[in-house]
Design a protein around this ligand. Structure first.
Ligand SMILES: *Cc1c(COP(=O)(O)O)cnc(C)c1O
Length: 234
């Protein structure tokens, strides 16, 4: 009977607060909340939490580790929700991720584009994709360097299995997020010169979504502000 229990009221309250804050951020930026897609990042949390979120109206969830995401997607196959893969992705795992992910937000190199391409017997013909941009000077962080974005976008446009939606980034540590998101917005404008439909900008987490909305983010990836602190690895 525990499985049928109503969602944790604290979870519902945090979600409501986040939605209200997102709407406020949109209005403060002269935008409308309808322009924004909220992706709740559920990494490290059990499938039951995702189920609770869906019962509260969440349609999009984000995961960053393949095995965990695969397990939860299988456990929740009865639900209608969109899975966004947002973590670093090994080339050899790429095809498996295509079997459950509706959106892959962390496309960061040509080898990954190649691995994601091509027909798959038991996966949809088309997956939505974002090119992840590294806004730091540290090549170890995820994402393609800004000066490599066009070449990577061209490579994505050559495939028939990825529909390019836009760009994705994480704000760097140790600098204010807004100028970093402003750089991402200019990169998005460059991308739209060669891919006019790729208008989406995935940026903004629990601590910086207000700044991201101010700089044109369309997709927010919010974890702890909604889920509470992440448990240890499951
Ligand atoms: C974990 C994660 C988030 C969410 O971070 P919070 O600070 O918990 O909101 C967003 N984007 C990526 C890529 C992540 O790995």
């Amino acid at each position: 009977m525990v499985d049928d229990a109503a969602p944790d009221p604290a979870l519902a309250a945090r979600l409501a607060r986040a939605r209200a804050a997102i709407a406020d951020a949109a209005r403060a930026a002269g935008r409308t909340p309808e322009e924004l897609t909220l992706i709740v990042v559920t990494k490290f949390h059990p499938a039951s939490l995702v189920r609770d979120l869906v019962s509260l109206g969440v349609l999009d969830v984000g995961e960053n580790r393949h095995q965990e995401a695969q397990r939860k997607a299988a456990a929740l196959a009865d639900l209608d929700l969109r899975w966004h893969f947002i973590g670093q992705l090994q080339t050899k795992k790429a095809r498996q991720v295509r079997r459950y992910a509706n959106v892959i937000q962390s496309i960061d190199r040509e080898a990954l584009v190649d691995a994601l391409s091509g027909p798959l017997i038991d996966a949809p013909a088309l997956v939505d994709g974002f090119v992840q941009v590294n806004l730091t000077d540290d090549p170890e962080r995820g994402g393609v360097a800004p000066d490599g974005v066009e070449a990577l976008v061209e490579r994505v446009l050559e495939t028939s299995s990825i529909r390019l939606r836009g760009v994705m980034a994480v704000a760097p540590f140790g600098e204010p997020p807004r100028p970093a998101f402003a750089r991402l917005r200019r990169i998005s404008e460059r991308v739209q010169q060669i891919a006019p439909d790729a208008t989406a900008i995935s940026a903004g987490m629990s601590g910086d979504f207000v700044e991201a909305v101010a700089e044109g983010a369309t997709h927010l990836r919010i974890g702890t502000a909604i889920t509470g602190n992440r448990p240890a690895a499951i």
